[in-house]
Design a protein. Structure first.
Length: 279
């Protein structure tokens, strides 16, 4: 389990994450939602150890994150940030092969190369193996980065060992078809003991694929529960300052969110009354 225990993050006098508790279990898919500036990326960077909270703790399988050796952590947890800049013209294959670094002893083996190419095939980018990474489109880069983190966690996934995948808006440059392909792939990974935490902006993708939804508002945990528990018109409207209708999806057994134009009006705040309705 990856667990945030009452964590608070401040920069200067601004509180970005305020006393948030979160548990991520192997085999589960948690979508993190919220308006821009709600604290989503800050929360993820705290879970990765890139940002240190002023109070609270982050633990993985009962051990403080700061007490886990980097090599051990890299073999059990992979991170895909929204934008990954590379200063050199690596090929797409070389980028994916970097995911094998925690498993090598200074050089890649034939098996590492086989795994890297297999992961590229899984994400549909094996035809880009020899292409220069900086020349790829945004969507192609994201799919290459997904192959990289799959290569990193390959050994744990193959053995069904608990491992953790943290993703910050991985769909931002993907078209509709590739969005659903990626979400299906991530969904299948949870069946192999992978815990997934993904920051999303598309509420309907979260409703369709996630086991659990976490909504942040002003740095605080505003709502937590299954999509059916969280996706309520008054709750979503208040969290995103936008009125919505919630229907049932015509094909899948999940909520379907339809936004309503504000036309210059502001949403009345329902405050804690709404948040308290969800566990």
């Amino acid at each position: 389990m990856l667990e945030a225990r009452d964590i608070t993050v401040q920069i200067g006098d601004k509180t970005l994450v305020d006393r948030v508790n979160l548990k991520l279990e192997p085999g589960s898919f948690c979508a993190v939602l919220g308006k821009n500036g709600a604290g989503k990326s800050t929360l993820l960077k705290t879970l990765t150890g890139d940002i240190h909270p002023i109070s609270g703790q982050v633990c993985m399988e009962g051990t403080l994150l700061s007490h886990i050796k980097p090599l051990t952590l890299a073999r059990k947890r992979a991170v895909m940030m929204q934008n990954t800049q590379l200063p050199f013209a690596f090929t797409a294959f070389e980028v994916v092969l970097m995911g094998r670094t925690p498993h090598t002893r200074g050089f890649e083996t034939h098996d590492d190369r086989r795994i890297a190419m297999s992961c590229m095939a899984e994400t549909g980018v094996d035809h880009l193996a020899s292409r220069s990474y900086p020349t790829l489109s945004g969507g192609e880069k994201q799919r290459v980065q997904l192959a990289r983190i799959l290569a990193q966690l390959h050994d744990a996934i193959e053995n069904a060992d608990p491992c953790y995948l943290l993703l910050d808006e991985p769909l931002s440059s993907l078209d509709m078809s590739h969005q659903h392909t990626l979400m299906h792939h991530i969904r299948r990974l949870t069946q192999r003991n992978v815990a997934v935490l993904m920051i999303l902006h598309d509420l309907n993708l979260a409703a369709q694929y996630a086991d659990e939804v976490t909504i942040l508002k002003d740095g605080r945990l505003y709502a937590l529960g299954t999509p059916d528990e969280v996706f309520r018109p008054e709750l979503i409207g208040d969290a995103f300052d936008c009125p919505v209708h919630i229907l049932r999806h015509p094909e899948f057994d999940c909520p379907l969110v339809i936004s309503t134009a504000l036309h210059g009006k502001t949403m009345p705040s329902t405050g804690n009354r709404v948040a308290a309705a969800v566990r």
